[in-house]
Design a protein around this ligand. Structure first.
Ligand code: ZN
Length: 253
């Protein structure tokens, strides 16, 4: 059912949170837009202007790797300046209160960790853009390490251990979904009694399957998103309002 207005939506959500023992949030780009990080998939977003570089192209071409890193460094001021928004802070409050065991996210911005979640309790389905990894041996690199080398010779650097390319620790188009994360997200979805999908249009599969998995396992399903989503018909409560406005009242509770 769709909340009639913001106030009744917040009230019903509050009741459901109070009654829940285990809450699993699932977040998408919408929770981060108030922090200044754009939704790459939105109309007019970065991906409609700049075709994303698929994984096989990144692996095959030095030019593609150079372009991928140029784009990433162009975004650095935005990512570096972003601070957790009201949605992040509200979820961190519920996490500290012991209501949320872990969070599933499609976001790559590290803002759930920045808001107080332990890194091990953030299930990142699409990886993390705030550091880099070798695609061969998976060694982690700081972005500053990549930037220094890129600036020195104008080329994206390779791993100093195995010689394979170094990429942001994100999951690119054409790259396999991370198995351990998918498994853990499925378990969390099946074990919670309240699943809250926040700021995701729920169209990207297989990630979009988790709300239904939770619902089919007996959980209540809440969807908070400015726009209608693909899964609204399955939800116990749909709140079509701003995420910061909707979750703000739960900060510190
Ligand atoms: Zn390596």
């Amino acid at each position: 059912m769709i909340a009639a207005d913001l106030r009744s939506g917040v009230e019903q959500l509050g009741d459901m949170i109070a009654e829940a023992r285990t809450i699993v949030p699932f977040t998408g780009a919408g929770i981060s837009t108030e922090t200044g990080i754009p939704d790459f998939r939105s109309p007019g977003g970065l991906w409609t202007r700049n075709r994303p570089i698929p994984f096989d192209e990144f692996v095959a071409s030095q030019d593609a790797r150079d372009e991928a890193w140029r784009r990433r460094f162009a975004m650095e001021a935005t990512f570096a300046a972003a601070k957790p928004g009201r949605g992040h802070r509200a979820l961190a409050s519920l996490y500290k209160a012991g209501k949320i065991p872990a969070i599933i996210t499609q976001n790559i911005d590290n803002l759930h960790q920045a808001s107080g979640f332990a890194a091990s309790d953030v299930i990142e389905l699409h990886g993390n853009t705030t550091y880099a990894r070798c695609i061969g041996c998976e060694a982690a690199y700081d972005l500053s390490w990549v930037k220094t080398r890129f600036d020195a010779d104008g080329q994206a650097p390779d791993c100093t251990t195995c010689g394979e390319p170094v990429k942001t620790a994100t999951i690119s188009f054409g790259q396999a979904m991370p198995e351990a994360e998918m498994q853990r997200a499925a378990e969390l979805s099946q074990q919670c009694d309240l699943f809250i999908a926040i700021g995701s249009s729920l169209v990207v599969w297989p990630a979009a399957g988790f709300p239904l998995m939770a619902k089919n396992s007996g959980a209540r399903l809440v969807i908070i998103n400015n726009e209608p989503t693909e899964q609204d018909e399955h939800a116990d409560l749909v709140i079509r309002h701003d995420i910061g406005e909707t979750l703000g009242p739960f900060i510190g509770n």
